[in-house]
Design a protein around this ligand. Sequence first.
Ligand code: ADP
Ligand code: ZN
Ligand code: ZN
Length: 802
Amino acid sequence: MRVAKVIVDVSTSQTNHTFDYLIPESWENIVQKGMRVSVPFGPRKVMGFVLEVSDHSEFDKLKPLDEVMDLTPVLTEELLQIGKWISEQTVSFYIQTFQAMLPQILKAKYKKEIEVLTDVEIAEELQQLFAGRAVMDFEEFVERNGNYSLLLKEVKNGHVQINYIVKSKETNKTKVFIAPNKEPYLLEEALEDTSNRAKKQKRILEYFLEQTTPIEQKQLITELSTTTATINQLVERNLLKKIEKKVYRDPFQDTDFERSKSLPLSGQQQTAIKPIWQAIEEKQDEVFLLHGVTGSGKTEVYLQAIERVLDKGMEAIVLVPEIALTPQMVQRFKSRFGSQVAVLHSALSAGEKFDEWTKIHKKEVNVVVGARSAIFAPFENIGIIIIDEEHETSYKQDEQPRYHAREVAKKRGNYHHCPVVLGSATPMLESYARAKKGVYHLLEMPDRMNEGEMPPVEIVDMRDELYAGNRTMFSRNLLEAIKTRIEKKEQIVLFLNRRGYSTFVMCRECGDVMKCPACDIALTYHKSSHQLKCHYCDYQIAMVKECQACNSKTIRYFGTGTQKVEEALREHIPEAKVIRMDVDTTRRKGSHKKLLEKFGNKEANILLGTQMIAKGLDFENVTLVGVLAVDAMLHLPDFRSSEKTFQLLTQVSGRAGRHKLPGEVIIQTYTPEHYSIQLASQYHYQQFFHQEMQTRRGFRYPPYYFLTLINVSHPNQLKAQEVTKTICKLLFKHLSDEATILGPTPSPIVRINNRYRYQCMVKYKDEPNQREIIRKIQEHYYDDIHRNDLTIQVDFEPYSLM
Ligand code: ADP
Ligand code: ZN
Ligand code: ZN
């Protein structure tokens, strides 16, 4: 008896374990760990992942599984292990994690087909089924009781492959090929029977007398200057046939990649790369933190580390934040490693992503460059994992499973005995602290390539503008600087923060922002109750009428959008050509790339945008970077707001003067004295690190403490509040005395889609039972969650506190 232990696609806490199914005899040798199967579950058939194959079961009557969905495992042994670990760490369901590790398409409806790849004779029994066809439906194979072990053998030999054909047209890219449908002597007979008036048909038949392999329809039409109609006539006569072949969609195929060679490394690059090379050679799972200023040549270090890995016949994973995964970035990898590179990017269609994933799965590539989920690339011989811009919050998934790609990378590095390289100009405080403690191996690259200087930063005090009667969003200096660049035909990048969700209040006269005395974060203005609230603890006061610091009455809420800025620019500098890049203008696929190309071709003077223009861009002609209102970010109700501001300013500044022309940066703010702004303008990472660490220690935040954020939502406000209160009580009772439990408090965004949101935050040093307690709490609310529309979200080490 063979038994498959299966995790089924039903996300509830009661089904979060394996179920046993009997493997029918004909599949006994086929079913392996990591394959997907279809199984009966109650009245339904559901998909499931095989976690184990065993020869016994504790249960008596086992139902047999219905179908094997894969002939080769889609999850490797390693990924199964990691999936289990992630589910446990994030308190999510196993099924959620396994699905998150695979391309979306494998969840959708699709059809499978079997394709013969070689001219070599395949097994007799299969040949009979194919009956001369190159492709057959998998369903047909099943119906006609095809021999699975034979098929599997031919798949392993590489003679046959299984294609997943997505039913939706949009994601399915195929090409039509034409091939003869009859033996040559029959075609010859047909040729003679064809009337001389049908010259075009004759030419095609003659062509296929000599040429028996399929040819793409398009090509046939050009080569023989014939028409689709003529081909169709021959297809109708059963002499030719049409074959649809799946082709890989290559999202970057329109770009020609000039091959690049590795550059002779600078001194600091050599010092940095040596220990990485050594770890590759010695198969050490060391974690490196590469702290290098923007333009210090980190990417070249990555490239040459990867080169070493490829030389050894191993594979490399490179993670780049979604918004930095620009065509420029991709090009740097493709031009070095050519078609060995697969790219996984969320802007790809589901089909394109699947194609890239397939290349990895089949080991047709050995480098993958991608956003967060590329960390699950099904490589089996990894030699290095690189995470660029490691401080980026997008490496943390913001829905279940809430994993952090960095932690998964370390786990995979551990499994493969390979180094993990975390690179950044502004490492996360947590990472730098670990490097300082020696947990990570710190590599510093403090200088820009070619003795390039970081551009000087000017801080403009917007309060002075107000005194001088300037009520616009541009300071006089910035306007002047923009005009000068336009005259010199140089370009400008203007940066505006993403509008914060919550509103903070600030005095426009003195820049003072009201903060919570206990949590050190900006208080949030609640319009309905006209109050200022801290959303970490329950501190609240009535909205103030005048500034607490200077008694001025110029208290304002904050926030402005890119569109408004664009209008204002038109008004003040009518001659400026502006490209606006934000969520609205980049919604359509490819528009991001097009807008950047336009700017690169100097079709505009100013690139105006949000976060998405802060990273990875490299334009020779940009000599001025302006940051319009840094305060919106500085006062987000988030204990990381200072750090995020520092990171952002550093990134943005790095966009100016990267080449021959000297650059300049202008930052506008109402709080010029803030240490984030001051230290960023002087590029003092170390000093910032020390100062920020003190704040974190004082207010008991990471990296000194860990955080857990529990978010409860329900259409009924009382219910949400009630449940959160109970959760707080339960945590208080079961966690140790060392833990601090804050809440219940309304979340910063109190209501989304008519659901009320409350939260509870735990600060702790070490709570080994925490996850178990939280699982129990979720089980306790099982009925409310499944029947009463309650959600309880838990985020360990949260990055977003909204
Ligand atoms: P970072 O990734 O640290 O921001 P980059 O890798 O983009 O830095 O390097 C900045 C510039 O220096 C790029 O234009 C790059 O081509 C160039 N560069 C990097 N390393 C070298 C080298 N060893 N020799 C010459 N130029 C280099
Ligand atoms: Zn004031
Ligand atoms: Zn507080």
